[in-house]
Design a protein around this ligand. Structure first.
Ligand code: SAM
Length: 240
Protein backbone atom coordinates (compact mmCIF):
# COMPACT_ATOMS: atom_id res chain seq x y z
CA UNK A 1 0.00 0.00 0.00
CA UNK A 2 1.24 3.46 -0.90
CA UNK A 3 2.32 5.47 2.14
CA UNK A 4 0.40 8.74 2.01
CA UNK A 5 1.51 12.20 3.05
CA UNK A 6 -0.34 14.44 5.50
CA UNK A 7 0.27 17.98 6.65
CA UNK A 8 -0.24 19.14 10.24
CA UNK A 9 0.41 22.34 12.22
CA UNK A 10 3.71 22.43 14.12
CA UNK A 11 1.69 22.48 17.37
CA UNK A 12 0.16 19.11 16.41
CA UNK A 13 3.53 17.46 16.94
CA UNK A 14 4.17 16.94 20.66
CA UNK A 15 7.18 14.83 21.50
CA UNK A 16 6.75 11.55 19.68
CA UNK A 17 3.05 12.00 18.98
CA UNK A 18 1.37 13.60 15.96
CA UNK A 19 -2.31 14.54 15.94
CA UNK A 20 -4.00 14.72 12.54
CA UNK A 21 -7.25 16.72 12.56
CA UNK A 22 -9.63 18.72 10.36
CA UNK A 23 -9.66 18.16 6.60
CA UNK A 24 -6.52 16.03 6.76
CA UNK A 25 -8.19 13.74 9.30
CA UNK A 26 -11.29 13.48 7.08
CA UNK A 27 -9.11 12.69 4.07
CA UNK A 28 -7.11 10.13 6.03
CA UNK A 29 -10.06 8.23 7.49
CA UNK A 30 -13.02 8.81 5.14
CA UNK A 31 -11.35 9.02 1.75
CA UNK A 32 -8.25 6.85 2.22
CA UNK A 33 -9.87 4.67 4.91
CA UNK A 34 -6.78 4.62 7.11
CA UNK A 35 -6.88 2.21 10.04
CA UNK A 36 -4.77 1.70 13.18
CA UNK A 37 -1.37 0.30 12.19
CA UNK A 38 -1.20 2.06 8.81
CA UNK A 39 1.95 4.01 7.92
CA UNK A 40 1.99 7.69 7.00
CA UNK A 41 4.44 10.47 6.25
CA UNK A 42 3.66 13.63 8.18
CA UNK A 43 5.08 17.11 7.52
CA UNK A 44 4.61 20.33 9.46
CA UNK A 45 5.86 22.77 6.81
CA UNK A 46 9.44 22.88 8.06
CA UNK A 47 11.18 20.58 5.55
CA UNK A 48 11.17 17.61 7.94
CA UNK A 49 9.46 14.33 7.06
CA UNK A 50 8.21 12.17 9.92
CA UNK A 51 7.55 8.48 9.21
CA UNK A 52 4.63 7.55 11.46
CA UNK A 53 2.28 4.73 12.43
CA UNK A 54 -1.39 5.30 13.25
CA UNK A 55 -1.97 4.43 16.93
CA UNK A 56 -5.58 5.47 17.47
CA UNK A 57 -8.50 6.95 15.55
CA UNK A 58 -11.18 8.94 17.38
CA UNK A 59 -14.23 10.78 16.06
CA UNK A 60 -12.36 13.97 15.19
CA UNK A 61 -8.67 13.16 15.16
CA UNK A 62 -6.08 10.44 14.77
CA UNK A 63 -2.96 9.99 16.87
CA UNK A 64 0.20 8.71 15.24
CA UNK A 65 3.56 7.82 16.73
CA UNK A 66 6.74 9.03 15.04
CA UNK A 67 9.01 6.13 14.05
CA UNK A 68 11.75 8.26 12.46
CA UNK A 69 12.34 11.78 11.17
CA UNK A 70 14.69 13.27 8.64
CA UNK A 71 15.35 16.62 6.98
CA UNK A 72 13.91 16.21 3.48
CA UNK A 73 14.36 19.73 2.09
CA UNK A 74 16.30 22.84 3.11
CA UNK A 75 15.26 25.98 1.30
CA UNK A 76 17.74 28.78 0.66
CA UNK A 77 15.06 31.33 -0.22
CA UNK A 78 11.45 32.08 0.55
CA UNK A 79 9.59 33.08 -2.62
CA UNK A 80 6.23 34.86 -2.70
CA UNK A 81 4.41 34.99 -6.04
CA UNK A 82 2.00 37.93 -6.41
CA UNK A 83 -0.25 36.90 -9.30
CA UNK A 84 -2.99 38.97 -10.93
CA UNK A 85 -6.40 37.30 -10.54
CA UNK A 86 -7.45 35.48 -13.76
CA UNK A 87 -10.80 34.70 -15.35
CA UNK A 88 -12.41 31.24 -15.33
CA UNK A 89 -10.33 29.93 -12.39
CA UNK A 90 -7.21 29.97 -14.57
CA UNK A 91 -5.15 30.95 -11.54
CA UNK A 92 -5.77 27.41 -10.18
CA UNK A 93 -3.35 26.04 -12.75
CA UNK A 94 -0.68 28.61 -11.91
CA UNK A 95 -1.11 27.91 -8.17
CA UNK A 96 -0.74 24.17 -8.68
CA UNK A 97 2.41 24.60 -10.78
CA UNK A 98 3.90 27.23 -8.45
CA UNK A 99 3.54 24.77 -5.54
CA UNK A 100 5.21 22.01 -7.56
CA UNK A 101 8.11 24.35 -8.30
CA UNK A 102 8.57 25.26 -4.63
CA UNK A 103 6.99 28.71 -4.31
CA UNK A 104 6.28 29.36 -0.63
CA UNK A 105 3.38 31.80 -0.85
CA UNK A 106 0.98 32.77 -3.62
CA UNK A 107 -0.98 36.00 -3.22
CA UNK A 108 -3.65 36.85 -5.79
CA UNK A 109 -4.36 40.51 -6.51
CA UNK A 110 -6.80 42.69 -8.43
CA UNK A 111 -5.62 45.67 -10.46
CA UNK A 112 -6.93 48.12 -13.06
CA UNK A 113 -6.82 45.66 -15.99
CA UNK A 114 -8.08 42.68 -14.04
CA UNK A 115 -11.37 41.21 -15.37
CA UNK A 116 -12.18 39.03 -12.33
CA UNK A 117 -12.93 39.90 -8.73
CA UNK A 118 -14.02 36.62 -7.10
CA UNK A 119 -11.54 34.32 -5.42
CA UNK A 120 -12.00 31.50 -2.92
CA UNK A 121 -8.94 31.32 -0.68
CA UNK A 122 -10.16 28.01 0.84
CA UNK A 123 -10.53 26.37 -2.56
CA UNK A 124 -7.13 27.62 -3.72
CA UNK A 125 -5.49 26.43 -0.48
CA UNK A 126 -6.94 22.95 -1.10
CA UNK A 127 -5.40 22.99 -4.60
CA UNK A 128 -2.05 23.93 -3.01
CA UNK A 129 -2.38 21.13 -0.43
CA UNK A 130 -3.13 18.53 -3.13
CA UNK A 131 -0.22 19.77 -5.24
CA UNK A 132 2.19 19.64 -2.27
CA UNK A 133 1.16 16.06 -1.54
CA UNK A 134 1.29 14.99 -5.18
CA UNK A 135 4.82 16.33 -5.72
CA UNK A 136 6.14 14.97 -2.42
CA UNK A 137 6.94 18.35 -0.90
CA UNK A 138 7.88 18.67 2.75
CA UNK A 139 6.48 22.21 2.68
CA UNK A 140 2.90 23.38 2.33
CA UNK A 141 2.70 26.57 0.26
CA UNK A 142 0.36 29.19 1.63
CA UNK A 143 -2.28 30.86 -0.54
CA UNK A 144 -3.06 34.36 0.67
CA UNK A 145 -6.36 36.18 0.55
CA UNK A 146 -7.23 38.36 -2.43
CA UNK A 147 -5.60 41.80 -2.12
CA UNK A 148 -5.39 44.89 -4.31
CA UNK A 149 -2.38 46.07 -6.28
CA UNK A 150 -2.13 48.91 -3.72
CA UNK A 151 -1.75 46.31 -0.95
CA UNK A 152 0.93 44.54 -2.99
CA UNK A 153 2.89 47.77 -3.49
CA UNK A 154 2.57 48.50 0.24
CA UNK A 155 4.09 45.11 1.13
CA UNK A 156 7.09 45.24 -1.19
CA UNK A 157 9.44 46.86 1.32
CA UNK A 158 9.23 43.79 3.54
CA UNK A 159 11.22 41.75 0.96
CA UNK A 160 14.97 41.59 0.39
CA UNK A 161 14.41 41.70 -3.36
CA UNK A 162 11.41 42.07 -5.70
CA UNK A 163 11.23 41.10 -9.38
CA UNK A 164 8.47 42.55 -11.51
CA UNK A 165 7.67 40.81 -14.82
CA UNK A 166 6.45 43.62 -17.05
CA UNK A 167 5.32 43.05 -20.61
CA UNK A 168 6.82 46.40 -21.73
CA UNK A 169 10.33 45.64 -20.40
CA UNK A 170 12.58 44.63 -23.32
CA UNK A 171 16.04 44.55 -21.82
CA UNK A 172 16.55 42.97 -18.38
CA UNK A 173 16.11 39.20 -18.58
CA UNK A 174 14.84 37.42 -15.49
CA UNK A 175 17.55 34.76 -15.95
CA UNK A 176 20.25 37.44 -15.54
CA UNK A 177 18.91 38.69 -12.20
CA UNK A 178 20.84 37.84 -9.09
CA UNK A 179 18.32 38.45 -6.32
CA UNK A 180 19.85 39.26 -2.96
CA UNK A 181 18.69 38.00 0.41
CA UNK A 182 16.31 35.28 1.49
CA UNK A 183 12.90 36.85 1.14
CA UNK A 184 12.12 37.32 -2.55
CA UNK A 185 8.88 38.45 -4.24
CA UNK A 186 7.86 38.07 -7.87
CA UNK A 187 4.99 40.00 -9.47
CA UNK A 188 3.01 38.73 -12.49
CA UNK A 189 0.07 40.64 -13.94
CA UNK A 190 -3.47 39.59 -14.93
CA UNK A 191 -4.60 38.94 -18.54
CA UNK A 192 -4.85 42.68 -19.20
CA UNK A 193 -1.34 43.39 -17.91
CA UNK A 194 -0.37 46.53 -15.97
CA UNK A 195 -1.21 50.18 -16.58
CA UNK A 196 1.79 52.48 -17.05
CA UNK A 197 0.92 54.10 -13.71
CA UNK A 198 0.88 50.75 -11.84
CA UNK A 199 4.17 49.76 -13.46
CA UNK A 200 5.79 53.02 -12.46
CA UNK A 201 4.56 52.72 -8.83
CA UNK A 202 5.77 49.11 -8.56
CA UNK A 203 9.20 50.15 -9.86
CA UNK A 204 9.30 53.15 -7.48
CA UNK A 205 8.58 50.79 -4.58
CA UNK A 206 11.94 49.14 -5.35
CA UNK A 207 11.06 46.29 -7.72
CA UNK A 208 13.45 45.33 -10.53
CA UNK A 209 11.57 45.18 -13.82
CA UNK A 210 12.29 42.07 -15.91
CA UNK A 211 11.30 40.56 -19.24
CA UNK A 212 10.30 36.94 -19.90
CA UNK A 213 11.30 37.19 -23.55
CA UNK A 214 10.17 38.78 -26.79
CA UNK A 215 6.78 37.06 -26.87
CA UNK A 216 3.90 37.96 -24.58
CA UNK A 217 3.04 34.92 -22.49
CA UNK A 218 -0.39 34.16 -21.11
CA UNK A 219 -0.53 35.21 -17.49
CA UNK A 220 -0.60 31.63 -16.15
CA UNK A 221 2.31 30.66 -18.44
CA UNK A 222 4.20 33.74 -17.27
CA UNK A 223 3.82 32.73 -13.60
CA UNK A 224 5.15 29.24 -14.26
CA UNK A 225 8.02 30.32 -16.52
CA UNK A 226 9.12 33.15 -14.22
CA UNK A 227 9.02 30.95 -11.09
CA UNK A 228 10.93 28.15 -12.85
CA UNK A 229 13.68 30.44 -14.18
CA UNK A 230 14.01 32.34 -10.92
CA UNK A 231 14.08 29.27 -8.69
CA UNK A 232 16.59 27.58 -10.99
CA UNK A 233 18.80 30.69 -10.94
CA UNK A 234 18.68 30.54 -7.14
CA UNK A 235 19.64 26.84 -7.11
CA UNK A 236 16.25 25.84 -5.71
CA UNK A 237 15.58 23.28 -8.48
CA UNK A 238 18.79 21.37 -7.74
CA UNK A 239 18.38 17.84 -6.42
CA UNK A 240 20.53 18.45 -3.34
N1 SAM B 1 -2.26 42.51 -21.98
C1 SAM B 1 -0.82 42.61 -21.99
C2 SAM B 1 -0.32 43.08 -23.36
O1 SAM B 1 -1.06 42.92 -24.31
O2 SAM B 1 0.81 43.53 -23.43
C3 SAM B 1 -0.19 41.28 -21.68
C4 SAM B 1 -0.36 40.81 -20.30
S1 SAM B 1 0.31 39.19 -20.05
C5 SAM B 1 -0.93 38.20 -20.79
C6 SAM B 1 0.06 38.93 -18.33
C7 SAM B 1 1.27 39.15 -17.47
O3 SAM B 1 2.25 38.15 -17.73
C8 SAM B 1 1.99 40.46 -17.65
O4 SAM B 1 1.42 41.52 -16.95
C9 SAM B 1 3.39 40.13 -17.12
O5 SAM B 1 3.44 40.18 -15.72
C10 SAM B 1 3.56 38.71 -17.60
N2 SAM B 1 4.22 38.60 -18.90
C11 SAM B 1 3.77 37.94 -19.99
N3 SAM B 1 4.68 37.97 -20.98
C12 SAM B 1 5.74 38.68 -20.51
C13 SAM B 1 7.01 39.04 -21.05
N4 SAM B 1 7.37 38.69 -22.27
N5 SAM B 1 7.86 39.74 -20.26
C14 SAM B 1 7.51 40.10 -19.00
N6 SAM B 1 6.33 39.78 -18.44
C15 SAM B 1 5.46 39.07 -19.17
Amino acid sequence: MEIRRFFVSPSDIQGNTVTVRGDEFAHMTRVLRYKVGYSAIVCANDGIEHSCTVKSISKDFAELSIDSSHIADVKGVNLTLYAGLLKNNKLDFAIQKAVELGVDRIVPFTSANCAENKFSQDRAQKIALEAAKQCGSAYLSEVGKLVTIEDVIGELQSYDDVLFAYECEKEHRIADCKPKGKRIALIIGPEGGFTADEASRIAKAGASTVTLGRRILRAETASIVACAILLDTLGELDCK
